[in-house]
Design a protein around this ligand. Structure first.
Ligand code: AQP
Length: 339
């Protein structure tokens, strides 16, 4: 199928091993969208440092996100894969957008409230302005579509507001296109295996809360065995399942990896204890994750290859980013010199 001449941008933070939530909420969509769109897949390392990172781990995690993209099926010869900090225009445009964004808009962002926790005064100002950097990531490539998990929906809405305000303030028509979020229904918010109220997260201190894409067979089986369910058998309808948050979450995982409709799965397991469901789920996860984790390992043994992919991506991304930043400076009236 021919590409539709529209642009996708999305990113993942190199803040730890990627998990099945990152995969189903974002990366699985990247793999599908690469067929029809011009895609930029970024490793958003500048976002990661809004929270303190260990330098050695940050470097390694950045390469591992690239390896995960490729191992999941993103073709590095057909898509632009790069790390955000290697294209300095992200930070430049973020500053400009900081001057367009209103304080009140940022204060409404729930992710800041969640991530800053109780001691907000001690959070970095980068964590507070994170959404304007995300807007810059997207608008720099004039992306029309952004595949993300549900936790990024509010940031995407803010990006739309920022783009509209910039276009209006500077009377520049549709200079920045208004991007559309692409958010899957059931898998856009995979929850912790230990607590159906908490999002599955790379930075959760408990390893048992998540299945990582680098987990081996034993760990996957153990984690699913330990995962919280309910003290009753599998209900016979979706309404009752949704009330059992942990059960609903495991069904979302099953459905996301098998592409079998959740209602069909409920019919199949209804009235049964959760042990056989969990066994089947572990088998499914192992069959899908093992090839990815093996490929991540192979790729991580060839760091030069990964660095070359990123360098090539950086060069391609810089070409587009430079053009947008020059146009933006001209619109604003900033004096610049041709090289
Ligand atoms: N639990 C999730 N379910 C579905 N999608 C998810 N995403 C994250 N968690 C889930 C989506 O994955 C993409 C990359 O996320 P990110 O790396 O930018 O950071 P995040 O959203 O903050 O993810 P984590 O795993 O919770 O990382 P930490 O612990 O470092 O904060 C995004 O599209 C996100 O929506």
């Amino acid at each position: 199928m021919n590409k539709v001449n529209q642009t996708v941008l999305s990113g993942v933070q190199p803040s730890g091993n990627l998990h099945v939530g990152n995969y189903l909420g974002a990366i699985k969509n990247f793999v599908t969208m690469q067929k029809n769109y011009d895609c930029y897949f970024c490793v958003v390392d500048l976002h990661a440092i809004t929270i303190k990172q260990n330098p050695i781990e940050l470097y390694n995690n950045t390469l591992e996100v690239v390896a995960t993209y490729i191992a999941s099926g993103i073709d590095p010869t057909k898509n632009v894969i790069f790390n955000q900090s290697s294209v300095s225009m992200h930070a430049e445009l973020a500053w400009i957008l900081n001057c367009v964004t209103r304080m009140g808009w940022l204060k409404r962002m729930t992710q800041f409230k969640d991530k800053a926790g109780a001691d907000k005064e001690n959070a970095s100002s980068g964590l507070f302005t994170y959404p304007t950097l995300m807007a810059a990531d997207i608008l720099l490539y004039k992306a029309t579509h952004v595949p993300v998990g549900n936790d990024q929906k509010q940031h995407l809405e803010l990006t739309r507001d920022i783009a509209q305000k910039f276009n209006r303030d500077y009377n520049c028509g549709n200079f920045f296109p208004i991007p559309e979020p692409i958010i899957e229904d059931n898998t856009s918010r995979i929850m912790s295996l230990k607590d159906g109220q908490q999002k599955m997260s790379k930075s959760d201190p408990s390893e048992n809360s998540r299945i990582s894409l680098t987990d081996d067979t034993d760990s996957i089986v153990k984690k699913i065995k330990k995962a919280k369910t309910a003290d009753i058998v599998m209900p016979d309808n979706l309404k009752k399942v949704i009330e059992l948050k942990e059960v609903n979450n495991l069904l979302n995982l099953y459905s996301g990896f098998s592409d079998i409709d959740k209602v069909k799965l409920i019919e199949q397991y209804s009235g049964q204890k959760f042990s056989s469901f969990k066994l089947d789920l572990s088998e499914l996860l192992v069959s899908k994750i093992e090839p990815i984790s093996n490929e991540i390992k192979n790729l991580m043994n060839d760091k030069n290859y990964l660095l070359n992919v990123m360098k090539d991506g950086k060069n391609k991304a810089t070409e587009v980013a430079k053009k947008t930043i020059n146009e933006t400076y001209d619109i604003i009236g900033l004096v610049r010199y041709e090289a």
